[in-house]
Every structure is written in C-alpha cells, then in structure tokens.
Design a protein around this ligand. Structure first.
Ligand code: ZN
Length: 311
C-alpha cells in the first residue's frame, strides 16, 4: 500500500501536470503542420487503462477540425474534445468512424453536435451490433465506462476525395480488419491514417478479420505516396515497415492455421504452437494468438474437412 507521503507526492505531481484523477493520458503528438496523432497504450482492455488502447488523430483544416475516432468511452470523448480544442485552436467540424470496433466510437456522445461520418456498411453493422459491442467493453473496463451509450453515425461517408478547408483528404475503402474499414490519406500533408488496417509492434486483433481482403487492402495502402503513417496501434512510422510487418503476420497466421488444420491439431494444440521471434516480441503476442485461434481456427478445420470429402 502507498504511504501517505507518497500519495501526497503523486497527487501534487498530477496537479502540476494538469491531470485530474481518472483522466486518460491523452497527449497529442504533432506529426505534420496542423496534424496530430494520439498514441495509446498497446495492451488489452483493463479497468486501469480505461479501454484507451487505440490511436486516434485530428486534423486542423482551416475550416474546423476533422477528428478520426472518438475513443472508448464518454469520459474519454469529453476529455479528448477539450484537448483537441485547446491544441488545434479551431472548433471540431466532423468526426470519422473508421470501423465498427467499440474503442473507436464509444466517445461519440461528446461529438453529438457535429457530423459523425461512417460508411454505409459500418453504419448498418453499428445499428445492430453497437449495444453488444458496448456491453463487452463495460464488462472488460468497468467504472470508466460510466454514462457511455453508443451514439450512431449520422452522416454517410463515401469513399473518394473529401476536400475540407485547405485539406485534400481521401477516404479509402480498405476492408479486412473488419467487414468494412476506411483509411484516410491527407494529400496535403502526406499523412496516411491506417486505423486499424495497420498495427505497429502490437499483435493485430482478428475478431472480424478476413485475411484475404485485409492483404489486398495492405497492398493498396502501401502503393500510396505517403510520408508518414499513423497505425491503429503502436507508434507513428516514416515508411511502410509496419504495413509489411502486418502483412507478414497475416500471411504467417493464415499458413500456420491451414497447416495445423491439415495435420488435424485441436485448437488447444494450435494455441500452444511457438510464435516466430519477430511476432513473439509484439505486445499481447501470446494472448492475441490464443484469441485469434478461437476466432478463426474453425474455418480452417472446416476447409480441411471439406478437402477430405472431395473425391
Ligand atoms: Zn479495430
């Protein structure tokens, strides 16, 4: 237990840094003129991190701020909005939801007065799944979710050019991490926001993944003339390294699950398989591998059985 003196020092430290008890450590990092990324912890959902595990970003366009992702909770969204206003010095104009995962949209309540954009497929999925996704996060994160309710996107996002103020933004359909994912390429700054199509030093999450279409999307993103890459998880990069690493992981995962199914391994046996050194060093490597086997292995077993049935 903390001694009184230590508690007092901690409290003074928090006051000095302007952090209030319960606040999320939101520290925008300027990545280009008028462009900021907020880089999150790379762990898994816990009460301690309050579900703040995913990167988000915001862009001052000269005609209001475009925000990419609202975070995991109402409290996060409210704090994030204050940080954006203070950092960018312009009011928020619109919020983009890149895909349906709950830690990207459960801060939407704090942006209820601006347009909340998502593509047609993600919007449709959120209409039926948002409550369940939110419940899941309540179960994992607890208290800091208080007062959080899913608020659905209200404006249709169309892939293609999206000029705003002085910015030429492009929305790019890049599915595979989920059934529908949108990347944002800012032609004006050269920044590519690939949230969650690209992971950097953190094991990709697979609950809704389609590996074949994810790989195609990575090829499309790598072909863009970007100068800076903001991944969904992990630090900002200056080259395509994280795109290639995400691709290598997906290819390894696909080949490993297929070979295991052909050998007739049980999912428990697959979960015990060794991870290559490159991927074993990533955050959440072993736990995420186990979860991925749980999500995906049944399909590979089915395919292996189907191949046996074919005369
Ligand atoms: Zn995601």
């Amino acid at each position: 237990m903390m001694r009184r003196g230590q508690r007092l020092l901690l409290l003074l430290g928090l006051l000095a840094s302007g952090v209030q008890a319960g606040d999320y450590p939101i520290q925008p990092q300027q990545i280009a003129p008028g462009s900021w990324a907020v880089i999150a912890d790379t762990g898994y959902f816990t009460p301690a991190n309050g579900g703040f595990l995913v990167n988000s970003a915001f862009i001052a366009t000269g005609d209001g701020v475009v925000v990419i992702g609202s975070g995991p909770s109402r409290a996060f969204g409210e704090q994030y909005r204050r940080v954006i206003q203070a950092t960018a010095g312009q009011p928020v104009r619109e919020l983009l939801i890149t895909h349906k995962h709950p830690d990207h949209f459960l801060g939407n309540q704090a942006f209820a007065d601006v347009a909340i954009l998502a593509d047609a497929r993600t919007t449709a999925m959120l209409q039926s799944e948002a409550d369940g996704l939110a419940e899941n996060l309540y179960r994992l994160v607890g208290d800091r979710m208080q007062g959080t309710e899913p608020r659905l996107p209200d404006t249709l996002l169309q892939p293609g050019m999206h000029p705003v103020g002085q910015r030429q933004l492009e929305f790019i359909a890049a599915p595979g991490h989920t059934q529908s994912d949108i990347a944002v390429f800012d032609h004006s700054s050269g920044v590519l926001y690939a949230i969650d199509q690209v992971f950097n030093g953190r094991t990709p999450t697979m609950p809704n993944a389609d590996i074949a279409s994810w790989l195609q999307s990575l090829d499309r993103l790598e072909a863009l003339p970007f100068k800076l890459l903001v991944p969904g998880h992990g630090p900002v990069a200056r080259d395509a390294g994280p795109i290639r690493a995400t691709r290598r992981y997906l290819q390894w995962l696909d080949a490993t699950l297929r070979a295991a199914a052909n050998r007739g391994l049980t999912s428990n046996e697959v979960m015990q398989l060794p991870l290559p050194a490159e991927f074993a060093s990533w955050a959440e490597a072993r736990d995420e591998w186990r979860r991925s086997v749980g999500f995906l292995y049944g399909r590979y077993e089915q395919a292996a059985l189907g191949a046996l049935d074919t005369p």
